[in-house]
Design a protein around this ligand. Sequence first.
Ligand SMILES: NC(=O)C1=CN([C@@H]2O[C@H](COP(=O)(O)OP(=O)(O)OC[C@H]3O[C@@H](n4cnc5c(N)ncnc54)[C@H](O)[C@@H]3O)[C@@H](O)[C@H]2O)C=CC1
Ligand SMILES: C[N+](C)(C)CCCC(=O)O
Length: 505
Amino acid sequence: MAQSILDLIPETCTGTLTITEHLNFWGGKRVKPLHETNVEPVFEPATGHVLCQMVPCGAEEVDEAIKSAYGAYKKWSKLAGTERARVMLEAARIIRERREKIAKLEVINNGKSITEALVDIDIAWESIEYYAGLASTLSGQHVQLPGGAFAYTRREPLGVCVGIGAWNYPFQIASWKAAPALACGNAMVFKPSPMTPVTAVILAEIFKEAGAPDGLFCVVQGGAETGSLLCHHPMVAKVSFTGSVPTGKKVMEMSSKGVKQVTLELGGKSPLIIFKDCELENAVKGALMANFLTQGQVCCNGTRVYVQREIMPQFLDEVVKRTKAIRLGDPMLDDTNMGALISKPHLEKVLGFVDQAKKQGAKVLCGGEPFTPTDPKLKGGYFMSPCVLDNCRDDMTCVKEEIFGPVMSVMPFDTEEEVLQRANNTTFGLASGVFTRDISRAHRVAANLEAGTCFINNYNISPVQVPFGGYKMSGFGRENGEVTIEYYSQLKTVVVEMGDVESLF
Ligand SMILES: NC(=O)C1=CN([C@@H]2O[C@H](COP(=O)(O)OP(=O)(O)OC[C@H]3O[C@@H](n4cnc5c(N)ncnc54)[C@H](O)[C@@H]3O)[C@@H](O)[C@H]2O)C=CC1
Ligand SMILES: C[N+](C)(C)CCCC(=O)O
């Protein structure tokens, strides 16, 4: 097999890696782009160094990749669940073995800290391992009918599934989509975000090495145009999308033309409610976890922090102290705990939200400014200091819109009833959180929050065994957990007559 992209990674590598290898993958190998049109440079967020060029796939290439996946689906879907599990477990083992190199590549392409990237890679192989375990449990039902007749159901795959990913968790998103799809006997064509094209192809190489048939997990590079070709292709049975609400709507609309199933993992503006009876230190740590992972670029972040008025001063003191202590810098270093935002325009957009918040009356307690690390090689990076906003009101833009950056908006509340009404007053519904020591209140609040996930006394943990997905405009369908099997398979009913046909004619 050709050299893996992973072999290119030197020991210490911020600002030095340039990738010229092809980043498309189908038919069991990396594929050279057919045309070099609409090429986009891909930047390393921590340095501004050009990491590689993203060459989008056109109609012919998308068609080739989908046909390659279809060929693999024909073989893979005939295997028993235990046979598919064996390949997937081997893939999970290889990822685990190479976790550090994959994580480094993720850091270079995404800008998040190595500590976080390692967790992401671990969650990725855990997901593949988990669905490998479920692959052999897929089964149908047997139903007895009158006269000795009976029926049974078979859980069958859908066919070729498309995955479209965002840039915040590139390898993890690819794995979260591939794992349940492959476990059920489907093949997948995955399109990463044009800003983070490099790690999905590693996953493709690893599935191949683990023994998957050629074409089982394909990667096509590109942006909106390539994504739309995938959604319209007649041989695609399902599209699973992670990204923004406006693009999610388009994906749903395009997929509807071919009556394709869709899973939408969209944005959020999740509430985190902190009651005065909470364990304060944990609540503060939870608020940081809810806002500052991956430089705040996380769809399920709890960015509307509602704090019961009586404990507001203590909460703010502590949260600001801890936010100021966040170490920004070279994301490749173990003691850095915040890296760079994904791109210069995105950094400017996030800083723009902070400016607007100030104009609307919010008070910046810390951060919210461009940050230049002392290391000269990081001078061109897209860093900003994590920000805590006080004096926020529900009608401010920073409280209503998804910022997708390290900006926490804090608001006081008085009663449970009031805070629930305010927390639910949004079109989003991805996640939510509550800190309290009152067990009845915790479960009552969880039951009343309109969101796909509610964290009690923690935030942003994502075990692969539990379903993840949105309410309202944050999307539908789920990732992770047993239920996701339903989103990547369909039921066939087989009805068996044991006697003579009683015809009505
Ligand atoms: N829910 C989440 O995890 C994420 C939410 N977002 C939100 O989206 C905002 C913009 O980020 P983007 O990466 O630009 O998100 P986006 O929604 O524009 O892109 C997500 C993916 O969809 C693809 N895409 C774009 N247009 C398409 C089309 N017409 N048909 C098919 N595929 C298409 C993109 O190439 C990318 O792979 C962020 O600022 C944030 O608010 C972004 C990343 C992740
Ligand atoms: C891993 N987790 C829960 C922090 C985030 C996953 C969802 C996303 O893609 O933003």
